[in-house]
Design a protein around this ligand. Sequence first.
Ligand code: NCD
Ligand code: ZN
Length: 454
Amino acid sequence: MTELLFRGGTVHTVDGPKQADVNVTDGVITRVEQRLPVQGRVIDVSGMYVLPGGVDVHVHSRDPGFPEKEDFASLTAAAAAGGITVVLDMPNTVPAVDTAGMLESKAAMAHSKARVDFGLWGLIRSSTTTDQLEAMAAAGAIGFKAYLAYSFSVSRKQVLYSPGTDDPDLEPPADYGTLAQLAAAVAHVGLPLAIHAEDPTVLAAFRRPISSYEDLLASRPPEAEAVAVSAAAAVARESGAHLHIAHLSSALGLQAAEDAMRIGTTLTLETCPQFLLLTSEDFDRVGSAMKMLPPIRTAADREALVDGLERGAITIVSTDHAPHTDEEKSLPFEDVPAGSPGVQTLYLSCLQIAKDLGDVWLAPRWVSEAPARLVGLEGHKGAIAPGFDADLVIVDPNAKTRVHAEQMRSRQRHGVLEGMDFDFAIKDVYLRGESIANRAPARGRMVRPAMVVG
Ligand code: NCD
Ligand code: ZN
């Protein structure tokens, strides 16, 4: 048996922050109490915060498909360095994860490379059947994702950024009808139904060439988000399916979601640090790293999202970590692919946001506790308590971190938070009792709702 004792830290326990020691036996937390007797190796964490490992519910590994942008090794190395011990990978890799067979082959590949634990989302296409959905659930999907505004190339097995044209190879995106037909099955298997909430008819009306940031904003109006949230909520409500809104970006979208919750929709909201920290005004400084969908919007949108987080209407902060290469992100603006990395800065940026709101201990709720609950991992992940995996982040509240491109482990090194300062530093990260912040071996495991398998 391997015994570890983290001694003298301020621990984020289920009852809030406490001075406590944490005893770990064979990678699992066994005791969280004051002044535990010394057993095994002692790790002195006095003066440090001891936080539960982060769970990022929205990352794009690009693997399989685009190894030049990212793969499971570089994604999970970045996660490990940033205190994220579970990543939930989106299904728009190539070939897309739209069947149980694809999910299983992606799981085997990811398992061979992952430096932190990982779970996989399954894709809902407009042609997805109830049987396919149930088979993906049985194969270990942690939830399903529907890209309402993106078409699907049947020959390439790839989710594309724009709704279909007349091209017969392009299958139209899943729509509200698809969701209505599948909602009962989603409710039955008990997994969340996540949507990329942009309504394609609103986007079609505002379509234009994108040569400036103003064009990008004008082409993706907040109405697209609000309409998608309201309509998806309307079709999910009766079935009792759990609707999850990915990367909420606007005040209007937040209002639509809160209206839906008020009338009894089972709905959770996720937003991202970029929407909480930046506005369109930052484009001149940041540049094309800020091209992402949905876009970073106005100061009023930012304030509404911060307020929603503070009030607890938004419970989850994820990254939508979506790297491309730095070369691709340096193309003329209209050719720059949408998306940027974020997994390595999620925890630190949330600690800062929480501190600025007056309660730093909100951060582990947004990046660990609530995300673990969303994907059914609440027995193993998301808390520092006996029986939970010893996924621990040791944070120095008296040291500072500036985000530098050279320290980023993702293939796209220039992210939107580059140059930002945080009043915290990550001292070490443990995955099931093993230190992984600096050099993490490929020992990540696949997580499944309600259980973890090796
Ligand atoms: C994501 C990607 O590149 O996969 N891009 C993005 O701008 N957010 C897709 C997505 O999450 O919608
Ligand atoms: Zn998305």
